[in-house]
Design a protein around this ligand. Structure first.
Ligand code: GTP
Ligand code: MG
Length: 193
């Protein structure tokens, strides 16, 4: 999918204080440092649009990006990082759950998981939460470039048990970009590549 325009349109750090919905929205959720912001930048072809960092817990707000005035990408704060402040940790659940459960324009959720960790309790809980809302989800297994062939086979076997489709992805090599775009196109009612 060719992206002509991608721009930051707003952020929220408190439940309910989200910018008014204008387009169908695709949310990116997952553990801290898993590569949510990097995946968004890679998919949109914009290097520094969503801020990335090697320090986990970089994104603590819900960030909204409009894409070609057609749909929006939502970068959700990450969970599961012990070193962010207690306040930030306690704020995560109400903020993310408020977004997911009240956003009528939410058409799909990309749940990112580090391919080396696979699906853990938090990812299953998140997938259950999203599925209960009747919103489609996709698991994106990030950092696939870090695995050897043997490790990859092993990881793919473990991920085959996921309750939703899984895409192997790398923000570094671009692997999986087309597949994620296909899901986004289906959810947003756009044309496929
Ligand atoms: P928070 O905002 O803290 O929740 O993190 P995030 O999920 O947005 O992760 P971010 O995109 O900031 O990436 C975290 C680190 O992982 C950065 O150092 C990235 O360069 C690196 N990274 C992200 N995706 C990939 C990938 O596919 N492959 C490799 N090798 N590194 C990646
Ligand atoms: Mg981030």
């Amino acid at each position: 999918m060719k992206v002509t325009r991608a721009e930051f349109v707003g952020a929220a750090s408190e439940p309910g204080r989200f910018p008014p919905p204008r387009h169908p929205e695709v949310a990116f959720a997952g553990r801290s440092n898993v590569g949510k912001s990097s995946a968004i930048n890679r998919l949109l072809g914009r290097r520094g649009l969503a801020r990335t960092s090697s320090t986990p817990g970089r994104t603590q707000q819900v960030n909204f990006f409009a894409v070609d005035d057609r749909f929006a990408v939502v970068d959700l704060p990450g969970y599961g990082y012990a070193r962010v402040s207690k306040t930030a940790r306690a704020a995560w659940r109400p903020l993310v759950e408020s977004y997911l459960s009240t956003r009528g324009t939410l058409v799909g959720v990309v749940v990112l998981v580090d391919v080396r960790r696979g699906l853990e309790e938090e990812e299953h809980a998140l997938l259950d939460f999203v599925t209960a809302l009747d919103v489609p989800a996709l698991v994106v297994a990030t950092k696939i470039d870090k695995l050897t062939r043997a490790e990859r086979t092993h990881a793919e076997r473990a991920l085959a048990a996921a309750p939703v489709p899984v895409v192997a992805f790398s923000a570094v090599t671009g692997e999986g970009v087309d597949e994620v775009w296909r899901a986004i196109a289906t959810w947003t009612g756009g044309r496929k590549r």
